[in-house]
Design a protein around this ligand. Structure first.
Ligand code: E4P
Length: 216
């Protein structure tokens, strides 16, 4: 499973990229706002920090406007992935852009039928938002299971990019189901490394090592 980080904070991205475990980045207008940075400038910087796809979202709602914005965004770098909303205009744009060889992430997916449409539109990634789904009383992971089943039934190559992840259990469940990508806030990625027994174990080993009086 690929790991993407869901942030526009370049310091966080650079630090996580150093682990060698980061496969891409997703941003959205809210994350750009949170960064306080210029959209074009920060997106270009992020594209230089990772080799994998960096999702940059259009804000136009009509097909012509989305195409105009996508033209600007795809010139930023080769690893830019244009993010479009799951609407009729968004999917029209997706079809056109992927036909031209650009990567497209179809975002704000909340149903398996929407995911089916995204795959038919040739999306590179579809982003079902599990956390927001859970927040509204639906089962986010059930949605991922349904999408996996449908994509496998028809051999769709669209990758399931699990988004709106809130905690490590979402990541575990996504991996069990066979989702292709998980995009996570930096804190969730860091939490994946942690286990109280790992920390306790290191502490005990170091205490005993000190008693040996040796050094390596
Ligand atoms: C995905 O691409 C989105 O940027 C993100 O996962 C949304 O997450 P949120 O529901 O925590 O805002």
């Amino acid at each position: 499973m690929k790991f993407f980080v869901d942030t526009a904070d370049t310091a966080e991205i650079a630090e996580l990229a150093e682990t060698g475990l980061l496969d891409g980045v997703t941003t959205n207008p809210s994350l750009i706002h949170k960064s306080g940075r210029d959209f074009m400038e920060v997106t270009k910087e992020i594209c230089g920090l990772v080799d994998g796809p960096v999702s940059a979202e259009v804000v136009a709602l009509d097909h012509a406007g989305m195409m105009r914005e996508a033209e600007i965004l795809r010139k930023i770098a080769d690893n830019v992935c244009i993010k479009v909303p799951l609407t009729i205009d968004g999917l029209k744009t997706c079809k056109k852009l992927t036909g031209d060889g650009s990567m497209v992430n179809v975002t704000l997916c909340f149903s398996a039928n929407q995911a089916l449409l995204a795959a038919k539109a040739g999306a590179t990634f579809v982003s079902p938002f599990v956390g927001r789904h859970d927040d509204n009383g639906f089962d986010g992971m059930e949605l991922i299971e349904d999408i996996r089943l449908i994509y496998d039934n028809y051999d769709f190559s669209t990758e399931i990019l699990v988004a709106s992840i809130r905690h490590p259990v979402h990541v575990l469940e996504s991996a069990r189901i066979g989702a292709d990508v998980a995009t996570m806030p930096p804190a969730v990625i860091r939490n994946l490394f942690k286990h109280v027994l790992t920390e306790k174990g290191i502490e005990a080993f170091l205490a005993d090592w000190e008693k040996t009086g040796q050094s390596i």
